[in-house]
Ligand binder design. Structure first.
Ligand SMILES: *[C@@H]1O[C@H](CO)[C@@H](O)[C@H](O)[C@H]1NC(C)=O
Length: 290
């Protein structure tokens, strides 16, 4: 246990980015929450357990809770294992996301929308660039995400943001800024890792029809295995030079086929095909992404 946390700390510091990544890549027993994150809100509802290997976030009627990484990263690969709120989780939203600061912020979101007992969870993804989001895609999960830990990953580099569930790519948001589409892409603002459990009963579950059953509180989600292998800095050129496998990672033909199948089987909402929202036609990145 002694060397694991130190190793991840080195990764987090961004020292020897690529060399350390090779070591960290195979290690599923990742960082130590005591060293890697701060619990930032929730007044004791967030707890670090098992010597830093486990973190639980809970929500009751008065508050949810959340944490954030001590470091910020410009590009990287971010893995988190989550076990979502079991039983009746209607109205709850559990999150794992990356975000920079300020009104022109960039953000890469995984949000898990709870449901009534036995009804399926929804994975909600979104990408903000320069303060503008509205790029939601939602998926059904192909397993019960409340029974065991599953791994949710984001790879962010100058050309792609890829979302993975247990290693299966579900979304590839490409940098099209250089092409005719001219859609801004997160390339310069360092981001922190964030996680939270919060109350969104107004909209989260079946469009707000199913409210939170507060008699079931507290609602608890568990996190472990945060592995942030990124460049901890804000100098884009230096981060590009420091490299790391994530900097050049993109889906090969097999990965693209997996992505196509995941979209065909599990996607339940895509902003690109939402004709009610975009009556004048879909946003430019939708056409260019084909
Ligand atoms: C909850 O379950 C219902 C019924 O199966 C489904 O329509 C809905 O999409 C599920 N997810 C959410 C977040 O409401």
């Amino acid at each position: 246990m002694a060397s694991g946390p130190k190793l991840m700390r080195t990764v987090a510091l961004g020292v020897l980015c690529s060399a350390v990544l090779l070591l960290a890549g195979g290690a599923s027993a990742a960082g130590n929450f005591y060293q890697d994150v701060d619990i930032t809100w929730g007044d004791g509802r967030g707890k670090i357990l098992d010597g830093g290997q486990l973190l639980t976030l809970s929500m009751d009627r008065s508050s949810g809770s959340g944490f954030q990484s001590k470091n910020q990263y410009l590009y990287g690969r971010f893995d988190m294992q989550l076990k979502l709120v079991p039983g009746d989780s209607a109205g709850t939203v559990t999150t794992f996301y990356l975000s920079s600061q300020g009104s022109q912020h960039d953000e890469i979101d995984f949000e898990f929308l709870g449901n009534a007992s036995g009804e399926p969870y929804t994975v909600h993804t979104n990408v903000y660039s320069q303060g503008k989001g509205g790029r939601e895609q939602q998926f059904r999960m192909w397993f019960d995400p409340t029974k065991d830990f599953h791994t949710y990953s984001v790879v962010w580099n100058p050309s792609h943001i890829v979302f993975y569930v247990d290693g299966t790519p579900i979304r590839d948001f490409r940098n099209l800024a250089a092409s005719a589409a001219g859609v801004p892409f997160p390339t310069s603002q360092p981001m922190r890792v964030y996680a939270s459990v919060w109350d969104a009963e107004e909209w989260a579950t079946q469009g707000g029809r199913v409210r939170t059953d507060w008699s079931k509180a507290p609602f608890v989600a568990s996190y472990r295995g945060l592995a942030a292998a990124g460049c901890a800095g804000s100098d884009a050129a230096a981060c590009a030079r420091a490299g790391g496998a994530w900097m050049f990672q993109e889906l090969d033909a097999a990965g693209q086929e997996e992505l196509r199948r995941a979209r065909a089987s599990y996607m339940i909402y895509d902003y690109c095909t939402d004709k009610y929202r975009f009556r004048q036609g879909p946003p430019p990145e939708c056409a260019a992404a084909k």
